[in-house]
Design a protein around this ligand. Structure first.
Ligand SMILES: C[S@@+](CC[C@H](N)C(=O)[O-])C[C@H]1O[C@@H](n2cnc3c(N)ncnc32)[C@H](O)[C@@H]1O
Length: 276
């Protein structure tokens, strides 16, 4: 079977490092812009889901691993929620743009003593896949819900590289997942199990959906992957699945009208804490 870089068993043991250390360092120029390219791609889908779940005036919200804070701000400005606590290990991007109703907290959400209160919405997007135990995190985040509150978790799912023919693009994606696993422990192979984890945490009316954005040349998502590969280049090449020349070819392919690759998607799963 082709080595997809995706299976957590075939990928060897996860690296000791953590998100933002060897890869995706927040102090490396342009990292905030890279996160914003992902946000530009997915924010409308996330906001539509949150609004459909009823998030609105009167809600208190926790955004875990809030990044540059685009969802936290849109919750306040568009959904009209009462307050948002935005938490991240590094809050430089959040602190740079304060708005009324937004509280910023620098904290490691995996810490045993992370207990910032109870919230009607707890949201975490593209965070759990980078953490050592999504199962433990889902359970911990569920405990932060007020009765009747909703937990919404989104992470990447790669539906394509497993079965797709080897192209510069699929080789680069495989090398990226493998390289991120080896350096910072990222694991997307278990993301389809998120709904099960929510159910196991005692949440009800669990459901999920997937959004796969088109890889149009010059689009935010195509630029996001190209920039992500640049930042992860060393880790990707170290897997032996691609070399520098092949990676350059993949970047050119992503920017070309000939690109027919399918982007990894965003799986969003949600579940409700019983009201009593
Ligand atoms: C891929 S970014 C996603 C940002 C944002 N949620 C979004 O979707 O635009 C992951 C974020 O999680 C944060 N993060 C990673 N591990 C964390 C931890 N253990 N505690 C708090 N934040 C963490 C990173 O600093 C980064 O801002």
């Amino acid at each position: 079977m082709a080595d997809t870089g995706l299976s957590s068993e075939g990928a060897g043991s996860p690296g000791e490092g953590r998100y933002g250390e060897r890869v995706f360092r927040p102090d490396q120029g342009g990292e905030g812009d890279r996160i914003d390219l992902g946000a530009l791609t997915y924010d409308d889908t996330t906001m539509a889901r949150l609004r459909a779940l009823g998030v609105g005036p009167g809600w208190t919200c926790l955004d875990v691993g809030a990044g540059t804070g685009t969802i936290a701000r849109r919750l306040l400005a568009e959904a009209g929620v009462t307050e948002v606590l935005a938490v991240d290990r590094d809050v430089r991007f959040l602190a740079a743009r304060p708005v009324t109703g937004l509280t910023v907290l620098q904290a490691d959400v995996t810490a045993d003593d992370f207990a910032p209160g109870r919230f009607r919405l707890v949201h975490a997007r593209f965070v759990l896949m980078h953490l050592p135990s999504p199962q433990r995190m889902v359970a911990a985040l569920s405990r932060l819900l007020a009765p009747g509150g909703v937990l919404v978790v989104s992470d990447a799912v790669d539906l394509t590289t497993d079965s797709a023919p080897a192209t510069p693009y699929t080789r680069a994606m495989r090398a990226m997942w493998r390289g991120l696993r080896h350096t910072i422990g990222t694991d997307v192979s278990q993301v389809p199990r998120h709904p099960e984890l929510l159910r196991a945490a005692g949440l009800e009316s669990v459901a999920a959906e997937i959004h796969v954005p088109p890889l149009l040349p010059g689009s935010p998502i195509s630029r996001f992957w190209a920039d992500t590969w640049e930042r992860a280049r060393e880790a990707m090449v170290a897997t032996g699945l691609v070399d520098d020349g092949q990676l350059d070819e993949a970047v050119r392919y992503l920017a070309s009208p000939a690109c027919t690759g399918l982007s990894p998607g965003m799986l969003t799963a949600w579940g409700w804490k019983p009201a009593s």
